[in-house]
Write a protein that binds this ligand. Structure first.
Ligand code: AMP
Ligand code: ZN
Length: 113
């Protein structure tokens, strides 16, 4: 059994509120939403972060961003949204399986904390 939380969600060992699933990606609602819409989009393959995924499989990286935009459209975020890859310790990453945060449904501030 994998020790990676998100690999376990991919495997169905941990329940998640899924909004999209293909052979390549899974999207599910964040357990601690920071906006009215807060969905995580992950590859089914394990990569620790966006660096590792982009280096090893740039096509997958592109497909993950496309999936994130599809989720945003399905969630009705016509007015805009934010896609975030927290990457590494200084990036604030806490789960070490690459994931795109899709955040929307409110006006976002800049700069982020
Ligand atoms: P990050 O800090 O960028 O690594 O983001 C990890 C995200 O995963 C956080 O926003 C958490 O709220 C979220 N998270 C942690 N555990 C779960 C879970 N079991 N289901 C859904 N989201 C989770
Ligand atoms: Zn994993």
């Amino acid at each position: 059994m994998s020790e990676c939380l998100f690999c376990r969600i991919v495997a169905g060992e941990i329940p998640a509120d899924e909004v999209m699933r293909t052979d390549e990606v899974v999207a599910f609602r964040d357990i601690s939403p920071q906006a009215p819409v807060h969905v995580l989009v992950i590859p089914t393959a394990h990569f620790v972060d966006a660096r590792a995924m982009s280096t090893s499989d740039p096509q997958l990286a592109g497909n993950l961003i496309k999936a994130a935009t599809d989720v945003a459209a399905a969630e009705g975020l016509e007015g805009g949204y934010r896609i975030v890859f927290n990457t590494g310790d200084d990036g604030g990453q806490t789960v070490h399986h690459v994931h795109a945060h899709v955040l929307g449904g409110r006006s976002m501030k800049w700069p982020p904390g």
